[in-house]
Write a protein that binds this ligand. Structure first.
Ligand code: ATP
Length: 440
């Protein structure tokens, strides 16, 4: 069948076309029936003169909003029609799937949208909203641009296993799975395998893939499964090399999104995409603490050297005010809040060569130079109280020639949250997974 996308109807004036889509609204009058039809390219009005075919008219009157229809008719100019100054004069109509009535909620009544938890139950209806369609178009361009930049810089793509035999890192936040007769775990990061690629001599790798965290928290920025954007590069001198790459990569991705969808994002989300300038400001953790202290901000004591979300926001506000930047790197975190494989500063061994990237007040990435010296790495694992037998396979990567290296892990949905100014990660992911959410 020759289907014409609604968005290109103006190229078919005075022709008979077939469109397929959803009945967004029906205006059912005595003599005239107007069907507002939608596909992913736009909206169009279809007009039916009822007395011309009363039987069809009666059938149309029974149609519920959001029914899936195939419609054939002639495209004519009609200056009074707000939707593009044209309409389709209906000739035939096939109901592909009649929508039940009433709908669980009206996805197009922006003023009365139910809360996100309810909308998640009906995510396929929620995703019909213009905002969500655009969001996933933006996500596609964003990811594509990130890949483009990586490929232009000679990166190799890897796909690391998501089922692992032993807990990596601390073992916290790990989902256990039954693996035949034994226990296995869902990967909480591709970290070890990215580093294996460095030991393998790949020099520059990236991975976009699922990450699992058995984190029982209910925040606006955590999920139990998310898409991780990960990269790792070799032959670096310090974490500075990783940050310098990260900021240019992100700048490129923002630029591509703005070029492609900047005006639509402005219209639908009311957000003006600002391509960030590089370098992003860098603050050491010690400087960040001093700033918070001067502002009278009290970090919760259980954080023990970490920042809490309020602290991240306060520092971000400070940087916005002082440097007019929405991005900042907080660097040189204490080893107490970093994993054992982060490299320490040679002259300040309590600090690591690590960074968090904060965007719009939200942490979107963690990165570091990794410790590549076998004995030092082993020692750092012991100091963290890790059982070496579980990670020996990983430590072995560093026994037969391993380059200095570093990288980062970033959450795709967090980047989208920041990019589009969304208040909750549940809005920026195709399907949310949380402690109480395994469906749809
Ligand atoms: P947070 O402090 O926000 O819990 P984290 O320090 O545990 O994050 P990392 O393990 O460093 O995060 O992961 C790297 C990145 O992955 C984070 O900066 C974030 O963008 C993303 N990320 C981590 N955990 C989650 C999660 N549960 N849901 C969504 N994205 C996440």
């Amino acid at each position: 069948m020759d289907r014409t996308p609604i968005g290109s109807l103006k190229e078919h004036l005075n022709e008979t076309v077939t469109i397929q889509g959803w009945l967004q609204t029906l205006r059912d009058q005595k003599n005239m029936q107007f069907l507002i039809m939608r596909d992913r390219t736009g909206l169009v009005q279809v007009a039916h003169y009822r007395p011309g075919n009363p039987e069809l008219g009666d059938m149309i009157s029974t149609l519920g909003s959001e029914s899936a229809l195939t419609i054939t008719g002639k495209v004519v100019e009609n200056k009074v029609v707000k939707l593009g100054g044209l309409e389709i004069q209906l000739e035939t109509l096939t109901v592909e799937n009649a929508a039940e009535t009433p709908l669980p909620f009206d996805p197009f009544d922006n003023d009365n949208l139910p809360a996100i938890d309810f909308r998640m139950d009906w995510r396929y209806l929620d995703l019909r909203r213009e905002q969500n369609l655009l969001l996933f178009k933006v996500q596609t361009v964003l990811e594509h641009a990130m890949r483009e930049y990586w490929l232009e810089n000679q990166f190799i793509e890897i796909h690391s296993p998501k089922i692992t035999g032993s807990p990596s890192e601390s073992g916290a936040e790990l989902f256990e799975v039954l693996y035949f007769e034994r226990k296995a775990y869902l990967a909480q990061s591709p970290q070890f395998y990215k580093q294996m690629a460095m030991a393998a001599g790949f020099e520059r790798v990236f991975e976009i893939g699922p990450v699992f965290r058995a984190d029982p928290s209910f925040t606006s920025r955590h999920m139990t499964e998310f898409t991780g954007l990960d990269m790792e590069i070799s032959w670096i001198e310090s974490h500075e090399d990783v940050m310098a790459f990260t900021e240019k990569w992100l700048q490129y991705a923002y630029k591509r999104v703005k070029e492609t969808y900047g005006s639509e994002i402005q219209a639908v989300f009311g957000v003006d995409i600002k391509v960030p300038e590089v370098p992003f400001p860098r603050l050491t953790m010690a400087e960040a603490y001093a700033i918070l202290k001067a502002q009278g901000y009290k970090l919760p004591p259980e954080r023990k050297g970490d920042l809490d979300p309020g602290g991240e926001r306060a520092i971000a506000d400070y940087v916005k005010e002082k440097y007019d930047s929405d991005f900042l790197f907080v660097i040189d975190w204490p080893i107490s809040v970093r994993p054992f494989y982060h490299m320490r500063h040679p002259d300040a061994p309590e600090l690591t060569r690590s960074f968090d990237l904060i965007a719009g007040g939200l942490e979107i990435a963690t990165g570091a130079q990794r410790e590549h010296r076998y004995e030092v790495l082993r020692q750092q694992a012991l100091e963290k109280g890790l059982g070496l037998e579980n990670i020996q396979y990983y430590l072995d990567f560093f026994r037969y020639g391993a380059p200095p290296h570093g990288g980062f892990g970033m959450g795709l949905s967090r980047v989208l949250m920041v990019l589009l100014g969304l208040p909750n990660i549940r809005e920026s992911v195709f399907l949310f997974r949380g402690p109480n959410r395994l469906t749809p």
